[in-house]
Design a protein around this ligand. Sequence first.
Ligand SMILES: Cc1ncc(COP(=O)(O)O)c(C=O)c1O
Length: 298
Amino acid sequence: MNLPSPLQELNSELFTKKNIRVYIKRDDLIDPVVSGNKWRKLKYNIEKFKSEKYDKLLTFGGAFSNHIAATARVGKELAVPTIGIIRGEELNIDSNHTIRQAAKDGMQLVFTKREEYTLREEKYYHEELRRRHGHLLIVPEGGSNYQGLIGCQEICKEIEVDFDYIITACGTATTATGLLLGSNAEVIGVSALKGGDFLKENVKKYLQEFGLIEQDSVELYNRFQLKTDYHFGGYAKYNEILQIFIQEFEEQHDIPLEQVYTGKMMFGLMDLIKHEYFPKDSNIVALHTGGLQGKIEF
Ligand SMILES: Cc1ncc(COP(=O)(O)O)c(C=O)c1O
């Protein structure tokens, strides 16, 4: 693992004109598959697995889940047997690249009916899974648990410049909550999904689950700013505008982005900069959360 991941300053006439500095935290360079927030969320789950001597690590995901691919790879590299409960009984180990790769990395894949998949957070279902599969560490979909938050919190400790804002793409807002816990900066979350307002509730819930007292929780939550206008039609949807933006950004900065999360985050950041969202002299960090294994080459 390439840690700490590099921090690069982005150069652009726009930033000079607006008197701001923009950095990018290259968590995409941590590992080609276990990249970005995936490693951050898994790290302490793996530690728990080893220290509490579980037999297998079980987690959940859809057919294109970066988290499934990353968990399978970590399992292979760190000798942790993994089980992936995959949404959709119609799928099989040849359905797509993510699933094929997870299977190749040794993950036991269980293709599950959508109705059963909706039970994934229910305690009684976890007991059933333990009856079926043995002494399991069950990690929620996307790695969104206490251990995941601690891992994401660590991102901020690695950033060696002072920063006023940090911006990240959001799917569940676990990463964004970790950034709130790890810094004193304003944390901007860009929803990768349509109707992303629920992400605010997620942040509140995660802060509560983290065990903060009410007053601290409110202080942290007040530093969260959610942007819901950059979803480009919904989860994994994109259009020509995003496509062209990604191509131009990659050409200008020689940094790859993908269309599901990081392209939308960066598009949002540039749009906010253009619309004077950031005061003069702001230092902004954009978190590259990886996901490049799901990148579509346009
Ligand atoms: C590449 C990438 N970026 C961002 C996110 C969103 O992270 P979170 O669910 O913590 O909001 C994900 C989630 O799966 C992801 O795969």
